[in-house]
Design a protein around this ligand. Structure first.
Ligand code: SAH
Length: 351
């Protein structure tokens, strides 16, 4: 049994069965989320016998840290090997006072965006809620004890809206006061744009920030670089995003990976400004981060400025995403199941 599985019933039932009072569950939770325990032995205010019994019946960490890398800008990336051998990556980002984590939701990705490393080998499976929470806690343990996680971006490997059933319980824990206590406003779900599960999120009344990966101003171009667009289409995605905005009141974010000579021309910027007109939103432009083996190029500074100037003149609220962690391939679109080159810095699992 995985202790980080968010449904509380199994632990409560187990404690009862073993003759322990229910309040022990709260103590254990506090050890995990607040005190950042590395193992049962750390939980020093629990009776020794309980700690031993817990260790016999429960797993705390189901994944192993296979590699831990740190970039000069303070970004840290963990390559995790899951219990079944699957591999995922997750990232800790430092920016001023912000301590953000970028987490994965699937082993691989089925969306097939042509410029992204995560989907190069397709998808194996969805992560469990416990595996998603485990990433949060392993990354939190990289911080000194006086620092707290402030933001979560669900922008790692995988398509979050394809695994909502496991993502939402994990995010509930992230938001809960007895979990990580991070406000909904500071949690962003990034999606390729799947209208049906997006409407489900709207109907649930969630207040997370939503980021929709647009990448092209026309269906013709978008279908070339984001293959799922063939069945969804821009119009349906935009109207589903508008419904989410109407229900949640959260300003929408649209993401646009800028690929040299593909979607960075002046006419693309003009079309984009027209397409997004009239919305309360932020356009986050991400100059392409190179992925080994892919033929795409990052636009020149001139092309980037030209693109930005047209959007600003068109009244679009635009920001360029600062590249972080690219030295360790931890930047957007660079996360993959494993990295071909072995690194000497192998970190130990905390367990
Ligand atoms: N599947 C989700 C979340 C993962 S990707 C989504 O599509 O939104 C997070 C962001 O990084 C997306 O906007 C994605 O398009 C972008 N991205 C992917 N590959 C990239 C690359 N090589 N350079 C820059 N951004 C990239």
């Amino acid at each position: 049994m995985h202790l980080l599985d968010p449904s509380p019933e199994p632990l409560t039932a187990w404690l009862k069965e073993h003759g322990y009072p229910a309040f022990r569950a709260g103590q254990i939770r506090k050890w995990l989320f607040e005190n950042r325990a590395g193992g049962f032995a750390d939980m020093t205010d629990l009776p020794k016998k309980l700690r031993e019994e817990l260790a016999a019946d429960w797993m705390l960490w189901t994944s192993k840290v296979v590699r831990h890398q740190t970039a000069p800008d303070g970004t840290e990336k963990l390559l995790l090997q899951l219990a079944d051998g699957g591999r995922i990556e997750c990232v800790l980002l430092r920016d001023g006072d912000r301590r953000s984590i970028c987490i994965s939701t699937q082993v691989g990705c089925a969306m097939g965006c042509v410029f992204c490393a995560s989907g190069l080998d397709g998808v194996d499976r969805n992560l469990t809620s416990g595996e998603i929470i485990e990433q949060m806690l392993l990354l939190q343990r990289l911080l000194p004890s006086e620092e707290r996680l402030s933001h979560i971006v669900v922008m790692g490997m995988g398509e979050p809206l394809a695994n909502l059933d496991h993502l939402l319980p994990a995010l509930d824990v992230a938001c809960s006061d007895t979990g990580l206590g991070i406000s909904h406003r500071r949690i962003t779900i990034s999606t390729v744009g799947l209208p049906v599960p997006l409407d489900r999120l709207t109907a649930l009344g969630t207040a997370y920030q939503l980021a929709v990966s647009l990448h092209a101003p026309s269906d013709e171009l978008r279908t070339q670089i984001v293959p799922t667009n063939k069945s969804t289409g821009l119009a349906d995605i935009l109207s589903a995003a508008d419904r989410y905005f109407a229900a949640s009141g959260r300003r929408l974010t649209f993401e646009y990976v800028l690929l040299a000579e593909i979607n960075d021309r002046p006419e693309h910027a003009h079309q984009l400004a027209e397409l997004l007109q009239g919305r309360t939103m932020l356009l986050n432009v991400i100059p392409y981060n190179p992925v080994a083996g892919l033929p795409y190029k990052t636009p020149s500074g001139n092309a980037i400025n030209r693109f930005r100037d047209i959007l600003i003149a068109g009244g679009i609220n635009v920001k360029f995403r600062q590249r972080k962690g690219s030295e360790i391939e931890a930047a957007c679109g660079q996360l993959r199941r494993s990295t071909p080159v072995a690194s000497p810095e192998v970190a130990k699992s905390p367990a």
